[in-house]
Design a protein around this ligand. Structure first.
Ligand SMILES: C[S@@+](CC[C@H](N)C(=O)[O-])C[C@H]1O[C@@H](n2cnc3c(N)ncnc32)[C@H](O)[C@@H]1O
Length: 250
């Protein structure tokens, strides 16, 4: 994500120094450190990768940030004003369970701010071409909006940023390819080749409209409006079932 996209999402999510913010799957806290510096929230970053968290802690030294190592769901306990999930919704095959947990932690009127990789599930051929396909579960934006609605959210705002993300993926694929040997010396041939292949595929899919990328803010509905939300333990609608299942049917 660009710094401008992160700021836009933060403004739309109404972040302030009083905001209790959970940055789910924060990684090295690239976006998180910008937000903590510029918006001054009560920031908790969670990720399962210890090495990423070590970088995140160094990067945010002196800022009021806390980090925890864990695999989500479940989310850490406690009430929240905003949950942020950037560039990682894709990694969750079962989006129903994840969104249900987020709804449970947010106060009424709380916001879920995320990026959405909008598109049908990968076909078998696409899975074969994509490195690490078990972390790649796109969802049509309409199905994601439907899931949010059924889970007690109201989608407040979306913004299509496909063109910008295509440009970045395309530039990265080219630069990785140009510096392949130098990077391979640092991280190994397999990893740099997977990075090149993955970025080329994303660039191609976004260029062709196979995948679109959106910023999204959803608000947890207040009071009686939220009372009818579907229980995450209850019956799932067809679209909810699709959000949580493999549609790699070729
Ligand atoms: C693509 S990075 C995004 C990092 C950050 N949100 C950003 O935008 O820069 C994805 C991160 O999600 C973490 N992750 C993926 N699945 C996870 C899970 N189930 N629980 C915790 N962390 C997870 C990975 O360790 C990785 O750091």
């Amino acid at each position: 994500m660009t710094a401008d996209e992160i700021r836009l999402l933060a403004v739309r999510a109404d972040l302030s120094p009083a905001t209790r913010l959970l940055d789910l799957c924060c990684g090295t806290a690239g976006p998180g450190s910008l937000i903590a510096r510029e918006f001054g929230c009560d920031y908790l970053g969670v990720d399962r990768n210890a090495a990423s968290l070590a970088v995140a802690r160094r990067r945010t030294a002196g800022l009021p940030c806390r980090f925890a190592r864990r695999t989500v769901p479940p989310l850490p306990s406690g009430q929240l004003d905003v949950v942020m999930l950037l560039e990682t919704l894709l990694a969750f095959r079962d989006k129903v369970a994840l969104v249900g947990e987020i709804a449970d932690r947010l106060v009424p009127g709380g916001r879920f701010a995320c990026t959405v990789e909008d598109g049908d599930a990968l076909t078998l051929d696409e899975r074969a071409a994509m490195p690490d396909p078990d972390t790649v579960w796109p969802v049509p934006l309409g199905e994601m909006s439907d899931l949010l609605l059924r889970t007690g959210f109201r989608v407040m705002w979306t913004s299509d940023v496909t063109a910008q993300h295509f440009a970045v993926a395309d530039a990265l694929a080219r630069q990785f390819a140009e510096s392949r040997e130098d990077i391979a010396a640092e991280i190994g041939v397999r990893r740099i080749d997977a990075l090149i292949a993955g970025h080329r595929l994303w660039a191609e899919w976004m260029r062709a409209g196979r995948i679109r990328k959106h910023l999204l803010i959803a608000e947890k509905r207040r009071g009686r409006q939220a009372a009818g939300r579907a229980s995450r333990h209850g019956r799932r609608s067809p679209s909810e079932r699709r959000c949580g299942r493999d549609r790699a049917d070729g």
